[in-house]
Design a binder for this molecule. Structure first.
Ligand code: MN
Length: 218
């Protein structure tokens, strides 16, 4: 079965001969995010890294006889499962979300209900952006920076490796609205050690419609 977007996260019905999870297609060509994110990075990041998370997750759920679990269920109880499910489950969720949170000619000021929430929580978009950038650039090693919503409140934080705010092992909890991949594989070909330059360029791609869609899910 070929699934895209959030549908890829919820696969309760499966046939025994099918993998539980599938690599979603990118919602745009690999060259579409140039010059902010280069084509080769997109090809490797989606076609190799994300694919490996999906393949390794399928292997782990088959071995653990967990094919009937939704991805969110696996993540919510990550502490109960093997490191393979914890890490590759996180990798699959995070990247499936990451692709949809970018679009060519995205960026600009926030829109809709999330714009109001950002202003009331952080004072202004500029103040929010500064805090998010600091969080993204100061995450030591590999991980993700997040904007989450919980009980109607917004919060910024980061997680290590492929952890995310849906996991019981995460200090930061909530519905992910924005997730930014700060692993070196996300930017090293173009930006090398300059993570801050990658983060600044990524703001030009942010898909505020998708952030608002996720805001309504909480
Ligand atoms: Mn990545």
């Amino acid at each position: 079965m070929r699934l895209t977007g959030d549908v890829a996260f919820a696969t309760p019905f499966f046939k025994a001969d099918e993998p539980a999870f599938t690599l979603p297609d990118l919602p745009y060509p690999t060259s579409a995010l140039e010059p902010n994110i280069d084509t080769m990075t997109m090809e490797i990041h989606h076609g190799k890294h994300h694919k490996a998370y999906v393949d390794n997750l399928n292997k782990a759920v088959n071995e653990g006889k967990l094919n009937n679990k939704k991805l969110e269920e696996l993540l919510g109880q990550a502490s109960k499962y093997s490191p393979a499910i914890h890490n590759n489950g996180g990798g699959h969720y995070n990247h499936s979300m990451f692709w949809t949170l970018m679009k060519p000619a995205g960026g600009g000021d926030p829109t809709g209900p999330v714009a109001e929430a950002i202003n009331s929580t952080f004072g202004s978009f500029a103040a929010f952006k500064e805090k998010f950038n600091t969080t993204a650039t100061s995450r030591f090693g590999s991980g993700w920076a997040w904007l989450v919503a919980k009980d109607g409140k917004l919060n910024i934080g980061s997680t290590p490796n492929q952890d995310n705010p849906l996991m019981d092992v995460s200090d930061l909890k909530g519905q992910p609205l924005i997730g930014l991949d700060v692993w070196e594989h996300a930017y090293y070909l173009k930006y090398q050690n300059k993570r801050a330059d990658y983060v600044n360029a990524w703001w030009n791609l942010l898909n505020w419609d998708e952030v608002n869609r996720r805001f309504k899910l909480q």
